[in-house]
Design a protein around this ligand. Structure first.
Ligand code: ARG
Length: 596
């Protein structure tokens, strides 16, 4: 037992990769070569497979099978694996030793907060730009993805030990305010006198009216532009109304963040207005550096490699001919601020895929300006659209955007029916709590479990189904594991004392081994979910965990097991519950419930 390696803090896949890669360098004399270790696609080939030999053999112009044999003869993995097997043209199949699994599980068990997963050795300052609703409108379903995907990226980074700076780049400075304020002055002067009386529901109506008036009436359009100028020039009265509009909007979106368990607060806001007094300086700097030029009266940057269909260079417009700054200008000021003042090593922008070109041009321009020094990484994490059952972007019957608040309310209401069916005898307050966890959880989980870059169809029926890869299925799986503890108490099994000071396990049944092998992969999954910013890796992992647990629980009695096996099985139950809870509630912000 004592020669068990104490390296489990690192995902086993990384250890295997490292060791095999070194051995490959040794036998080929070619220097470091990737071992290409992957989880095996089929358990009959083992647990992991290394595929790097073929490429190495090609380089050496030698027989891959022979090279694989040489490699395996060199390889020292006996603390982790059974003797490696060579298959096909030179695949190396690896099967974990039970002793190794035991050591891993015990370490995970001992590390209550981190489940045996090491923090990064190289902590970075990472800015995550996400959510970013536009002020004076309620959040709609279009904001869902940025808000929750961004939040889970932050949660994962936090867990890995990075310094995370959440930035809510709210749209609080655009031309819509000119229109809105001009309209209020004309149609609802009482609101100007008493900005406290502004309410978001009215604002939305004002906004629609203002837009209509603007489109119909050129004089009004001129007035609107004057109001923008007044706002941007810091006119007191205009600013006062503006501030109330922003506050009123916040009092609407903050509760949406709260119910979503999204960690965003006013302190995370660096809206467009924050950069207002930096914009002219940005344009000046780019002009001086010879990067920005006049084109048709506007000031533009033409980063290399961006052309329209005719092959003409595409402009990244930073100032219009009337002097107005744009979305692009603000983003340039923000990127500079984040690198220079927030000291970002990495900036992640979470927006829908339609902004792809904007971010490519933004990054190219920032690089041209010399702001992006070596070591700074810029990433656009793009996502697809939420669709209705008709495969078109989700809208209400009357063709409007679906308000996020209403969507979540409906989800909770529908979840309530599920709870009612499953567990009618629960107390009312408990039912409420569960319905909220399940309803909101279902919306979030459905979003996370879809491939981020694809569009997906929003379906209450599917996301609230008790089977399949859904939140209710996962929450139920968790509650089911927890119910074993309750049953134990009734049968006078003292789980705590059986697990206290546990130093050895007795893993032998195939279902136990299968579950154990999946449990130790959690750290590996978190790493890959972060590397690609893809929460669906996590949901997929958790779903498989719940399934493997089910198979284990069906095959292996836990409470009725004999003395020699019961602690092992209790530990498998406990680690499963802890992993599901951690994945759902810590990394995805989805509540778990003890009973469903
Ligand atoms: N408010 C913008 C929108 O609704 C999103 C802002 C994204 N972040 C940024 N730095 N551009 O489209």
């Amino acid at each position: 037992m004592d020669d068990r390696v104490n390296i489990t803090m690192k995902p086993v896949i990384d250890i295997l990769e490292e060791r095999i890669s070194l051995a490959l360098a040794d036998v080929t004399g070619l220097g470091p070569l990737p071992a290409l270790v992957k989880p095996a696609t089929d358990a009959k080939f083992g647990d992991y497979q290394a595929n790097g030999v073929m490429a190495a053999a090609k380089k050496l112009k030698t027989n891959p099978r022979a090279l694989a044999e040489k490699l395996v003869a060199q390889l020292k993995l006996d603390d982790i694996c059974m003797p490696p097997e060579i298959a096909g043209p030179g695949f190396i199949n690896l099967r974990l030793k039970t002793d190794f699994l035991t050591g891993n599980l015990l370490e995970i068990n001992a590390d209550t907060a981190h489940l045996g997963i090491s923090r990064t050795e190289n902590p970075k300052t990472i800015v995550v730009d996400f959510s970013c609703p536009n002020i004076a409108k309620q959040m709609h379903v279009g904001h869902l993805r940025s808000t929750i995907i961004g939040d889970s990226i932050c949660r994962i980074l936090d867990f890995q030990g990075h310094k995370v700076i959440r930035q809510n780049h709210i749209g609080d400075w655009g031309t819509q305010f000119g229109m809105l304020i001009a309209y209020l002055k004309q149609a609802n002067p009482e609101v100007i006198e008493d900005p406290d009386s502004i309410h978001i529901a009215d604002l939305e109506q004002f906004y629609k009216n203002a837009k209509a008036r603007c489109d119909a009436n050129e004089d009004f359009a001129v007035l609107s532009r004057q109001e923008v100028v007044a706002l941007h020039a810091g006119n007191k009265e205009t600013l006062n109304v503006w501030r109330h509009i922003v506050d009123e909007s916040r009092s609407h979106y903050q509760p949406v963040y709260d119910i979503l368990d999204v960690n965003l607060h006013q302190a995370n806001e660096r809206g467009e207005s924050f950069y207002a007094d930096r914009l002219s300086g940005i344009v000046e700097e780019l002009k001086q550096k010879g990067i920005a030029v006049e084109s048709d009266g506007a000031t533009c940057v033409f980063p290399e490699g961006f052309t329209n269909k005719q092959g003409e260079p595409l402009p990244f417009i930073i100032q219009k001919s009337d002097g107005a700054f744009l979305y692009a200008t603000t983003d340039l000021a923000a990127i500079k601020y984040r690198i220079d003042e927030l000291k970002a090593d990495k900036i992640i922008y979470v927006t829908d895929a339609r902004q792809k070109l904007h971010f490519e041009m933004l990054f190219a321009t920032a690089r041209l300006a010399g702001w992006v020094h070596a070591g700074v990484e810029l990433v656009h994490v793009a996502f697809g659209t939420v669709l209705g059952e008709n495969n078109r972007p989700l809208k209400t019957r009357s063709g409007e955007n679906v308000k996020l608040k209403e969507l979540l309310d409906e989800a909770i209401q529908r979840a309530r029916a599920v709870v009612e069916e499953k567990n009618p005898e629960l107390a009312e307050a408990k039912k409420e709590r569960i319905a909220e966890a399940v309803g909101v959880g279902a919306v979030k989980y459905a979003d996370y479990s879809n491939n981020r870059t694809s569009d997906y169809v929003f379906s209450f029926d599917k996301m609230l189904a008790m089977d399949g890869n859904t939140a209710p299925y996962m929450q139920y799986a968790y509650a089911r594991v927890k119910s074993i503890e309750r049953k134990a108490a009734k049968k006078d099994v003292d789980v705590e004392s059986e697990l206290a000071g546990i130093t050895d396990l007795n893993l032998s049944e195939p279902a136990e081994l299968d579950l154990a092998k999946h449990l130790i992969r959690y750290g590996e999954i978190i790493e890959s979910a972060f590397a690609d910013c893809r929460p669906n890796y996590l949901t997929q992992y958790l779903y498989e965990l719940a399934q493997k647990f089910s198979a284990f629980y069906n095959a292996c009695p836990v409470l009725a097991a004999d003395k020699a096996t019961r602690p092992t099985r209790l530990l498998l139950c406990d680690l499963t519950a802890r992993t599901i809870r951690h994945g759902l509630s810590e990394l995805l912000g989805i509540r778990v419930v003890e009973q469903m």
